[in-house]
Design a protein around this ligand. Structure first.
Ligand SMILES: *[C@@H]1O[C@H](CO)[C@@H](O)[C@H](O)[C@H]1NC(C)=O
Ligand SMILES: *[C@@H]1O[C@H](CO)[C@@H](O)[C@H](O)[C@H]1NC(C)=O
Ligand SMILES: *[C@@H]1O[C@H](CO)[C@@H](O)[C@H](O)[C@H]1NC(C)=O
Ligand SMILES: [Zn+2]
Length: 476
């Protein structure tokens, strides 16, 4: 590959995650394109888009045990990272679809055209699509923008797509300033009976009602799907906004991409003067079975979204006011690759916002028969102080949960970590995904294994974390 080609096209570097190395290289640290799940670890993508940048990186590139270095695709192409989700073996065995088998073939191809049966699935027949990189459970593709944004509707069930951003951003680590409040909460943490009374006030019957509205099971909402492009997503967005506004928050829609349902962002202003911001979130968009228009998303992520709503309702019922700004956020575009949260975290970074805590709830309701109630913490993508705080809070306020780590990966909290904000995730299981209706049109709330008690216990943890980190008053 000549320098000239590089200068016109730019290079893309895929490398194992190694913050210390890249912090020393000003060029790479300005040209970060995100973290991606690859094998049992995480890879990062960087754009080398000027000759100077390639020059200053050349020594590093020679020493570095990187995974791939190649020409960036021309304008008019979008990069999409595909990864196989971490799921229980038993689920994989259930899934003998020919599509999945055909799809796997593409993994051995590197830097070549997408061909064979995978053509239709991956590229919707577009002959100009390319495979740029492949490993045993991840692929990087260059696709037309239309195909890149809709690929989630064609993927085999246990594969997940992430749209690589068009423009790089600065590689950031969490600043001492931003993590101060979490560290303080962690070092002074002890059981507070008042906090326990507040989080125990979350209403389980209300959770049953809310989740059935979102899945359409109540027969009233008319929601068939909450896929980011669906009419149901807009119905859900309006409804979520209305319900949270009723609790005294100021809510807005944040559109981020044409044709996508918006993020719903609701804010409770701080009682005391501070810019510090605590965010609790879930994603309300969903994904169904290949070829089906039905996508109830009861667990993924109706559970996290309902948890957020249950917290809002409790804030109002118990007249809670915080000593930090608190936002409850329902993201869209998660299933197309964290699109809504990436837009919001970038906006917050551009505004120099002081995000001091972000906790994403994604899939909190499924419990395999015979297993205890659980809380899964992220094995890889999570700020360690936040993950520790969440685990410690769980032991205090939801002792019924068995806490462990999960390899299931990469929800909207990742977008915040990429912008240097302290963030983590709460998930339903210690271990990989076991929900047999994951990414399936049967992901309803009234089914075996859908456990509202576990959803409730995890929402309590998310809520108690915000109460401890933000501080609060009860108004009379
Ligand atoms: C929550 O608190 C309200 C107001 O104090 C009370 O009326 C209600 O019964 C409580 N609900 C639960 C589930 O504890
Ligand atoms: C960003 O915020 C920090 C702390 O909140 C402040 O010290 C700094 O001056 C701000 N920078 C800009 C460019 O506004
Ligand atoms: C709770 O905090 C302690 C001390 O900070 C830490 O060692 C422990 O791993 C934490 N627990 C969890 C489940 O994260
Ligand atoms: Zn999800």
């Amino acid at each position: 590959m000549t320098m000239q080609a590089a200068a016109t096209l730019g290079l893309l570097l895929i490398t194992p995650l190694n913050p210390s190395l890249f912090l020393q290289n000003p060029c790479l640290s300005q040209n970060f394109l995100g973290h991606y799940k690859n094998g049992d670890g995480t890879s990062s993508i960087f754009s080398l888009n000027t000759p100077e940048c390639i020059d200053t990186s050349s020594e590093l590139l020679m020493q570095q045990n990187y995974q791939a270095l190649f020409s960036a695709p021309g304008r008019g192409k979008r990069l999409v990272w595909l990864e196989q989700e971490s799921v229980e073996e038993s689920l994989l065995e259930q899934d003998h679809e020919a599509m999945e088998a055909a799809f796997i073939n593409v993994l051995s191809v590197t830097d070549g055209a997408v061909n064979g049966a995978s053509q239709q699935i991956l590229a919707n027949g577009d002959p100009n699509s390319r495979v740029l990189f492949g490993s045993s459970n991840a692929v990087l593709l260059a696709l037309s923008p239309e195909e890149a944004l809709s690929i989630d509707t064609r993927l085999p069930r246990f594969w997940k797509s992430t749209l690589v951003p068009e423009t790089p951003s600065e590689y950031r680590v969490v600043s001492e300033d931003n993590v101060k409040r979490v560290r303080h909460a962690l070092s002074t943490l002890k059981f507070n009976p008042e906090v326990a009374a507040l989080v125990n006030n979350i209403s389980i019957p209300q959770i049953h009602n809310d989740i059935r509205f979102l899945t359409g099971e109540d027969g009233k909402s008319g929601i068939v799907s909450r896929h980011s492009f669906s009419a149901g997503a807009l119905t859900a967005a309006k409804w979520i906004k209305g319900r949270i506004e009723e609790t005294g928050a100021t809510c807005r829609f944040m559109p981020f991409l044409n044709g996508f349902a918006p993020n719903v962002i609701c804010r409770y202003p701080s009682l005391t003067k501070t810019d510090d911001l605590v965010i609790l979130s879930g994603h309300y968009d969903s994904r169904g079975s290949f070829g089906s228009a039905r996508a109830p998303g009861g667990d993924d992520d109706g559970s996290g979204t309902t948890g957020i709503l249950s917290i809002a309702r409790t804030i109002a019922r118990r007249r809670i006011q915080f000593h930090a700004n608190v936002e409850l956020v329902a993201f869209a575009g998660e299933e197309q690759g964290l699109l809504g949260s990436r837009a919001y975290s970038r906006q917050l970074r551009a505004q120099n916002a002081s995000v001091v805590l972000m906790i994403q709830a994604d899939m909190t309701a499924y419990r395999a028969p015979g297993e205890p109630l659980q809380l899964g913490l992220p094995e890889r993508i999570g700020t360690p102080d936040v993950t520790n705080l969440v685990g410690n809070i769980s032991a205090l306020y939801s002792p019924e949960l068995t806490v462990g780590y999960s390899s299931a990966c990469c929800s909207d909290h990742q977008s915040f970590i990429e912008q240097g904000f302290p963030a983590s995730q709460v998930f339903e299981r210690a271990g990989p995904i076991a929900d047999p209706f994951y990414h399936n049109s049967g992901d309803l709330s009234m089914r075996e294994g859908y456990d509202v008690d576990q959803l409730y216990a995890i929402a309590k943890v998310q809520f108690a974390s915000a109460l401890h980190v933000a501080g609060y008053e009860i108004s009379e």
